[in-house]
Design a protein around this ligand. Structure first.
Ligand SMILES: Cc1cc2nc3c(=O)[nH]c(=O)nc-3n(C[C@H](O)[C@H](O)[C@H](O)COP(=O)(O)OP(=O)(O)OC[C@H]3O[C@@H](n4cnc5c(N)ncnc54)[C@H](O)[C@@H]3O)c2cc1C
Length: 401
C-alpha cells in the first residue's frame, strides 16, 4: 500500500514531508514545530492507542522556555501541581523533617511547572492531533535513503516517502537500531532500576499536597499525595542485573526492593500489585552516540541522548531539542543534512552537560553508604537556612544556563 505522500522529490516551493517515529514528548513536539512551519507530518506510534502515565515531571529553565515557544503554556498552566512540601521519612514512615514548598520555590523561581507526564503529552497531542496523520499500532520495519528522500516501510506494509525521518521512539529506539547500530553499542547502563506509577486512590500516611521520601543506602522511594487521580509513586534502586529484574516484573521487583518500608510506600506497593500494568519500569541507562543524524534521518529526545531520570531534564531537552530542530530546518531550507549537523553542534554540549549532571546525581537518589545518606540529609536540612537558600538558587540557575 503506497502512502498518501507520493514519492515525488522535494522542490523549492513544494511542501516538505516528515515522518516522525514515536508519539511521545519529543515526537509530538517535533510534529507540532514542523507543522507550524508548513511541513506535512505523518507520525508512527507503536502503542495501539494513547496512554497516559502517571509520573511527575518538572519543567524549568530551557524546558519551560521551549514549552512557552511551542505555545503550550495555556494548556499546561492549569495542570501545574505547583511546588509542594517534601517530608523526609524513616523506613517505617515516621517523619524525619520537612522541606516546605517555599524553599523549592525560592530555589527554582516561578518559571517552572510540575506536571504529570500524561498531562504534558496530552497538551502536545491536542495541539497536533488535527494537524498530523498519526498512525497508532504501527512501527518501522526498514529505512532506506538516497540523497533526495528517505523511504520507510511500516509494519502494516505501507511505504512512506519523505524528506526527513525523525526517530523519536525513546531510549530503546528502533530507528536508532536500524540506522545507527545495535542498542548495545549506545546504551550505557547506570546500574539502577526506576519504577513510577499513578495511584488509583489517595495514598495512606502521606499528607495532602505533600510527598514523602525515604532515602536509604542504594535506594529512594517517594509517594506523592495530590488528591484523587493526581497521586503517584516513584522508586529507584541500585541493581547489578537489570535483565533479571525486568524479567521479574515491576510489582514483584519493587516489592522485593522496598517491601520492608512502611508509611505511604506499603500502600503504594499494594496498589501496584492490584494493577501492575500502570507502572513505568526500566533500567536506567544513557544513550551515547557519535552522531544524531545520518543524511535525512535524525534522532531526537531519549532516542538520541537519553539523560535519564537522574537528570530530571529529559522532557525539557526533548521539547527544547524539537523546537531548535524546527529553527535549524527553517534556516537551511532544502539542505537538510546541513540543518541537522548545525542543530546537533549547537545542542550537543547541553545534552553532554545533562548526562554528566545525571551521573553525578546518582548519589542523591541512591547513596552508596549510610554516611552518604546522612550527608545528603544534612544538605537538605541546610538549604532551608535563609543564607543557604540563595546558594541553592544560584547553583540551580547555573545548571540551567
Ligand atoms: C520516573 C521519571 C521521572 C522523570 N522526571 C523528569 C523531570 O522531572 N523532568 C524532565 O524533563 N524529564 C524527566 N524524565 C525524563 C522524561 O520523561 C523523558 O526524557 C522523556 O519522556 C523522553 O521523551 P521521548 O519522547 O524522547 O521518549 P518517550 O517518552 O519514551 O516516547 C517514545 C515514544 O515512542 C514510542 N515508540 C517506542 N518504540 C517505538 C517503535 N519501535 N515504533 C513506533 N513508536 C515507538 C513509544 O510508545 C513512545 O510513545 C523522567 C523520566 C522518568 C522515567
Amino acid at each position: 500500500m503506497e502512502a498518501r505522500n507520493n514519492p515525488t522529490h522535494h522542490r523549492a516551493g513544494t511542501q516538505q514531508r516528515a515522518t516522525v517515529v514515536g508519539a511521545g514528548i519529543a515526537g509530538l513536539a517535533a510534529a507540532l514545530r514542523l507543522h507550524q512551519q508548513g511541513w506535512d507530518v505523518v507520525m508512527i506510534e507503536r502503542a495501539p492507542a494513547r496512554r497516559s502515565s502517571g509520573y511527575l515531571l518538572n519543567l524549568h529553565g530551557p524546558g519551560y522556555a521551549a514549552a512557552e515557544r511551542l505555545g503550550l503554556l495555556p494548556a499546561l498552566t492549569p495542570r501545574d501541581i505547583g511546588f509542594f512540601t517534601s517530608v523526609l521519612v524513616h523506613a517505617d514512615g515516621r517523619e524525619k523533617f520537612r522541606i516546605p514548598a517555599a524553599v523549592a520555590e525560592s530555589a527554582v523561581g516561578n518559571r517552572a511547572l510540575s506536571l504529570f507526564r500524561g498531562d504534558l503529552e496530552s497538551a502536545l497531542y491536542d495541539a497536533v492531533a488535527d494537524l498530523a496523520d498519526i498512525r497508532f499500532g504501527t512501527t518501522v520495519q526498514t529505512i532506506d535513503q538516497t540523497a533526495e528522500e528517505v523511504v520507510v516501510t511500516l509494519s502494516d506494509g505501507t511505504r512512506l516517502h519523505s524528506d526527513l525521518l525523525v526517530g523519536a521512539d525513546g531510549v530503546h529506539s528502533r530507528v536508532r537500531e536500524l540506522v545507527f547500530g545495535a542498542e548495545s553499542e549506545h546504551f550505557v547502563d547506570l546500574g539502577h532500576m526506576v519504577g513510577a506509577f499513578p495511584l488509583a486512590t489517595v495514598p495512606e500516611h502521606v499528607p495532602e499536597g505533600a510527598g514523602t521520601t525515604f532515602i536509604g543506602p542504594g535506594r529512594t522511594a517517594a509517594v506523592m499525595n495530590f488528591g484523587p487521580e493526581r497521586s503517584s509513586a516513584f522508586f529507584t534502586y541500585r541493581c547489578p542485573d537489570p535483565t533479571a529484574e525486568l524479567a521479574l516484573g515491576a510489582a514483584p521487583a519493587l516489592d522485593r526492593a522496598f517491601g520492608d518500608l512502611g508509611g505511604g510506600v506499603a500502600d503504594a506497593l499494594r496498589q501496584l500489585a492490584a494493577d501492575p500494568a500502570t507502572a513505568y519500569f526500566d533500567s536506567v541507562g544513557q544513550i551515547v552516540t557519535d552522531r544524531w543524524s545520518q543524511g535525512r534521518v535524525v534522532l531526537l529526545g531519549d532516542a538520541a541522548w537519553c539523560v535519564t531520570v537522574f537528570a530530571g531534564y529529559g522532557a525539557a531537552l526533548a521539547l527544547d531539542g524539537a523546537d531548535r530542530l524546527g529553527t535549524a530546518l527553517a534556516a537551511h531550507g532544502d539542505d537538510i543534512p546541513t540543518a541537522l549537523a548545525t542543530w546537533e553542534t549547537a545542542l550537543r554540549p547541553e545534552a553532554h552537560k545533562r548526562q554528566a549532571l545525571a551521573r553525578k546525581g546518582i548519589g542523591r537518589f541512591a547513596p552508596s553508604t549510610r554516611t552518604q545518606v546522612w550527608a545528603g540529609e544534612l544538605m537538605l536540612r541546610a538549604i532551608q537556612l535563609p543564607g543557604l537558600r540563595g546558594l541553592a538558587r544560584r547553583s540551580i540557575q547555573r545548571a540551567n544556563n
